[in-house]
Design a protein around this ligand. Structure first.
Ligand code: DC
Length: 230
C-alpha cells in the first residue's frame, strides 16, 4: 500500500483552490476538507441570530454562542465529498451567498472561532490521507504537512471567476461588487492578527492566472505523487 500524506492547499479567495483540492482528493482516494466552508457555516449561524449583520458585530455575543455551534461534514455520494452541516442541517448552498461572503472574514478573525475550527480540522486530518484547503492549513493547522501548496492569481482574474460562478448560479450580481469583495477579503485575510494568510516557507507557489483547471490539476497531482513516492 502506498504512503498516505497530508496535503495543505492555501491561498487567496477565488483562486480555484477548492476545485483542484476536490479533484486531487478524489484521484488519490483522500478525504477533502473545505475549511472555508466551516468559517462560512459559523458566520451563517451568527447572521441568522442577527449577531453579525452589516451594522452589528457583537464579539461577546459571538463567544457566548460558540458552544451551541456544531460543524460537521457529511459525505454526499452524488458529489463525491463531504458537505458542510450546521447543527445537522446541510448549509452547503446557503454559505456561498454573497451576504455570507461579505461577513465571513470578520468572523474568521475571531481567535476563539479559529481555535474551535482548527481543533476539528486537526482531528479530521490526524490519520493523514487528507487534502485540506484554506488560509492557514500549512502554517497553523498542519505545519508539518507533507505537501504544501500556495495558490495565487491576479485580483481581476479571481473576481472574474467568482463573478462567472455566481452568474451561472443565477445570482443577480455586479462584477464591481464581486471585485470589491475579493479585494476586501484579501485585505482582511492577510492583515488579521491571528493566523493571517501567508505562504509557508516550504510551500510550493502556483500562480494560476493563466492556467486552466486541467493544467493546475496535472501540476498538483505530480507534486502529490512525487511526495507519496519519496
Ligand atoms: O475559502 P473561502 O472563500 O470559502 O473562505 C471564506 C473565508 O474564511 C475567507 O474570507 C477566509 C476565511 N478562512 C480562514 O480564515 N481560514 C481558513 N482556513 C479558511 C477560510
Amino acid at each position: 500500500m502506498s504512503k498516505k500524506i497530508t496535503i495543505a492547499i492555501d491561498g487567496y479567495s477565488s483562486t480555484g483552490k477548492s476545485t483542484v483540492a476536490k479533484q486531487l482528493a478524489a484521484e488519490l482516494g483522500y478525504v477533502y476538507v473545505d475549511t472555508g466552508a466551516m468559517y462560512r457555516a459559523v458566520t451563517l449561524y451568527l447572521m441568522r441570530k442577527m449577531i453579525v449583520t452589516d451594522t452589528n458585530f457583537d464579539e461577546e455575543a459571538i463567544l457566548r454562542q460558540l458552544p451551541f455551534i456544531n460543524i460537521s461534514f457529511v459525505f454526499n455520494k452524488e458529489v463525491g465529498y463531504g458537505e458542510v452541516h450546521l447543527n445537522g442541517e446541510n448549509v452547503e448552498k446557503e454559505i456561498r451567498l454573497m451576504e455570507v461572503s461579505q461577513q465571513v472574514s470578520k468572523v474568521a478573525a475571531v481567535s476563539q472561532v479559529r481555535e474551535m475550527l482548527v481543533k476539528i480540522q486537526q482531528e479530521i486530518g490526524k490519520n493523514k490521507a487528507v487534502v485540506m484547503d484554506g488560509r492557514d492549513i500549512g502554517t497553523v493547522v498542519f505545519p508539518d504537512a507533507d505537501l504544501k501548496i500556495f495558490m495565487t492569481a491576479s485580483t481581476e482574474k479571481r473576481a472574474e471567476r467568482r463573478f462567472n460562478e455566481l452568474k451561472e448560479r443565477g445570482d443577480d450580481i455586479k462584477y464591481e461588487d464581486v471585485l470589491a469583495n475579493v479585494k476586501e477579503r484579501d485585505y482582511l485575510d492577510t492583515t488579521r492578527e491571528d493566523s493571517p494568510l501567508i505562504k509557508a516557507d516550504d510551500a510550493v507557489e502556483i500562480d494560476n492566472s493563466e492556467m486552466n483547471l486541467e493544467e493546475q490539476f496535472e501540476k498538483v497531482l505530480k507534486l502529490a505523487k512525487d511526495k507519496i513516492e519519496e
